[in-house]
Design a protein around this ligand. Structure first.
Ligand code: MIC
Ligand code: SF4
Length: 760
């Protein structure tokens, strides 16, 4: 098994070989069992089934065990995952695993100084992550080496492979034909401990691509369009599989952009077939042997021909995108599925009264920071420079990895961008995760920003709910920075140049890959220790950043009665509402401290006006939700939270599930859940319940007490009964559904999945 060898800075060819070797026999079993041809995603899943002969087949219904080839974690989620892993008492990880330091670097003054400040400010956390990695056989990527998903794409992703990662944008690796799934830390702990990854067999949505990408239209526009069609919950429980002749007109990194943002529509992951563009990327990143192997096994790495010929028969849904007709798009504000072609943005901006001046433009993030992305952005910058134009909105650039940064520097792209006034930030998440120290506006100032990122929830980038964030491709963002206005259609109109001259921007052109090859830059990889016994892992007692975990108590064996309603979330309640990032990233390894942010972004139907407030039913006072949760906990009062549609959308951060659990939350009852968050709740022993009749949401009142009954008979597919006692003496009763398998029920009983793992 690959786990016994020392993790290196790239995927060993032997691992890829072993995946390809076992695939044909497994696909025979799969075809025999399902009795039809297979989509590519199904091939990869069967290729990684714990047991292909018995694995569940019913897409969207059965739970199934898979054996991923790899685990990746970023620093903001790895802390909690590794705090859990070390309590399992195992000598080393069972599968190849890496940790990437990218989220904790604050963007403020520019790459060098920001990186130095991050290393100083986070040394305790980085030391913890590095020593745990060294001790347990995990590859460690230092701060500055790049954003997890770019580094994974450059070094570890391979066609037909399967991985999980503790970050919702892990599906980025689908651009290299990999099933790559974002999970919470507890799922990663299972796999690192040698257990299978358990998830529901995904449905498969096919996106058929015809035509070719050209002109201003970029890969980003494909996913912005798909997001508009499928909406933020349309991909839930599904793999989005791209196929058709248009796929070959998109580079590997462009495909990764599309797969990355599949997270925004709730998809389990997204995937492209292996093609010549994938081979080119593998070779350019020094993986010729893997490219050759993949080419030799190409048939396993795409849909069966019958599926391509008659997709409606085999996919759960088919979406058609004609790349020839696709215009560049901009989505937002506040949600990634509010999409408009650039040609319609002006009209919308005026009618919706969006601030027309763009206060900042940002290029980068794991989604859009490849060599090709920056090359196309730089081409727009060169045109501007030739016309004497500089940016009218400040422009920030974050390269995706050290390799991309060194190469775009060598090839002059950074100079092109700096020449029109751009500032280059460290190779990290920076403003994308709210690690952005903005000095130009005050909190509460209404303003517009445009970025090439993937998320645009309120407060996401700068903590200000009045920042309206729009998302487009890197070239769109640079063009908009040049006009500085939301109401200039740079595709069809001229931009005002110096002295009033009109400047027409030509569609951008950029090389897919560097003709001189990549410059690897400064290597950021640290291999695990040869002698793990010599490595000490230190968690300083009294630290405010790291805290060892206490196991959650086991279920008391009785029904849950007399629960209070802490919160009834109204409308969007993403993980950024439940456990915001930005300044709170500081406490990602300290459950007690981070719990102080619980629900601070949530809109409570019972305490409207300001977000994050709740009503203490004991005296009717309105108090911040984290304080209320703590007060209830201290008084021994357990509680539930109620939520609306797609509750827990967004990040994989399991803090959004651990915090409620830690603060006395026993159940979350919602109209619908986002996949990762629901899984995270179950892992931590919280009952994740869905109103059978969404209308029952309306029955919940502020001063109710709630009983969740019949728990001794908790079983898969059996509804859970809820009795609501209103303060006026009346009661309501309703049924809720859940997705707990027998194993998940065991987690609930034991108090958490980790408690089960510890028991061995
Ligand atoms: C995000 O984009 O929201 C994050 C920050 O990368 C998260 C992970 C986290 O909260 O640490 C994600 O997408 O999973
Ligand atoms: Fe980092 Fe943003 Fe990508 Fe999340 S979405 S991994 S914060 S760059």
């Amino acid at each position: 098994m690959a786990g016994t060898q020392i993790e290196g800075p790239t995927t060993p060819v032997a691992l890829v070989e072993s995946v390809y070797e076992r695939m044909p026999a497994r696909l025979d079993v799969a075809r025999r069992r399902v009795g039809r041809p297979l989509t590519f995603a199904e091939k990869v899943l069967f290729g990684h089934a714990d047991d292909p002969e018995t694995i569940g087949l019913d897409r969207g219904a059965d739970y199934a065990d898979y054996r991923p080839d790899r685990v990746a974690m970023q620093d903001a989620t790895a802390q909690m995952a590794l705090l859990q892993f070390v309590t399992a008492g195992l000598p080393r990880v069972a599968v190849p695993t890496t940790v990437h330091c990218d989220h904790l670097i604050q963007a403020h003054l520019g790459a060098d100084i920001d990186l130095k400040n991050a290393v100083d400010a986070n040394s305790e956390v980085y030391d913890f992550l590095r020593t745990v990695s060294e001790k347990y056989g995990i590859g460690f990527w230092k701060p500055g080496s790049g954003i997890i998903h770019q580094v994974v794409l450059e070094q570890y992703a391979f066609p037909g492979g399967m991985m999980i990662g503790t970050d919702s944008h892990t599906p980025n690796a689908g651009g290299l034909a990999m099933v790559a799934i974002g999970v919470g830390g507890a799922d990663a702990v299972d796999v690192m401990a040698g257990w299978p990854f358990n998830t529901r067999v995904p449905r498969v949505i096919g996106v058929h691509l015809s035509g070719r990408l050209s002109g201003w239209t970029a890969a980003k526009d494909v996913i912005l369009k798909v997001a508009g069609i499928l909406t933020v919950k349309g991909g839930t429980g599904a793999i989005v599989e791209y196929f058709g002749p248009g796929a070959e007109s998109i580079s590997a990194t462009g495909k990764a952009t599309i797969c990355n943002m599949g997270a925004e529509i709730g998809a389990t992951c997204s995937i492209f077939p292996y093609d010549e563009r994938s081979a080119r990327y593998l070779k350019a990143t020094g993986r010729d042997a893997i490219a050759d192997l993949a080419t030799a096994n190409a048939e396993q790495l795409r849909v069966d021909p019958e599926v391509e010929a008659d997709p409606e028969r085999f996919f759960d849904r088919v979406v058609e995108i004609d790349l020839d007709a696709l215009e560049p798009h901009l989505v937002g504000p506040h949600t990634p599925d509010l999409d408009r072609p650039i040609s319609k943005v002006k009209e919308a901006a005026r009618s919706e009264d969006y601030p027309l001046d763009i206060s900042y433009a940002l290029v980068g993030s794991c989604t859009n920071s490849s060599y090709e992305d920056i090359g196309r952005a730089a081409h727009v910058a060169r045109q501007a420079k030739a016309a004497g134009l500089r940016v009218r909105s400040p422009l920030l650039i974050t390269p995706g990895s050290e390799q991309v940064r060194a190469t775009i520097e060598r090839d002059g792209y950074l100079d092109d961008l700096e020449a029109i006034g751009a500032t280059v930030l460290a190779n990290a998440c920076g403003p994308c995760i709210g690690q952005w120290k903005r000095d130009d506006i005050k909190m509460g100032d209404r303003n517009t920003i445009v970025s090439s990122f993937n998320r645009n929830f309120p407060r996401r980038n700068d903590g200000n709910a009045e920042t309206l964030s729009f998302i487009g491709s890197p070239e769109t963002v640079v063009a908009m920075a040049l006009s500085g206005r939301l109401d200039v259609d740079f595709v069809h109109e001229a931009i005002a140049g110096p002295d009033g001259a009109e400047v027409r921007l030509e569609p951008p052109v950029g090389d897919e890959l560097p003709s001189k090859g990549f410059d690897p830059g400064e290597s950021g990889f640290i291999a695990p220790a040869a002698d793990p016994g010599a490595v000490d892992v230190v968690v300083r007692p009294g630290s405010d950043r790291l805290e060892l975990l206490e196991p959650f108590p086991a279920w008391e064996g009785t029904d849950l009665t007399g629960l209070r309603v802490l919160l009834k979330a109204q409308g969007k309640c993403t993980t950024d509402h439940i456990s915001p990032a930005g300044p709170w990233l500081r406490y990602r390894g300290h459950l007690t401290n981070i719990s102080q942010n619980l629900f601070t972004g949530a809109n409570n139907a019972f305490a409207q006006g300001e977000s994050g407030q709740g009503v203490d039913v004991r005296d009717g006072s309105t108090v911040p939700l984290p304080d209320l949760a703590k007060a209830y906990k201290d008084a021994g009062i357990d509680w539930v939270a109620v939520g609306d549609e797609n509750y827990g959308e967004g990040s994989s951060r399991e803090h959004a599930a651990m915090e409620p659990r830690y603060m006395g939350g026993r159940a979350i009852i919602v109209r619908s859940f986002a996949r990762i968050h629901e899984a995270n709740l179950k892992k931590q022993g919280v009952l994740a319940l869905t109103f059978k009749d969404p209308g029952d949401y309306d029955k919940i009142r502020v001063d109710d007490t709630i009983d969740i009954v019949g728990l001794d008979a908790l079983a898969p597919d059996v509804p859970v009964h809820v009795v609501v006692h209103h303060a006026d003496g009346t009661t309501d009763e309703f049924e809720t559904t859940h997705t707990m398998s027998p194993e998940h029920i065991e987690w609930f009983r034991a108090g958490s999945a980790l408690n089960v793992l510890r028991r061995g």
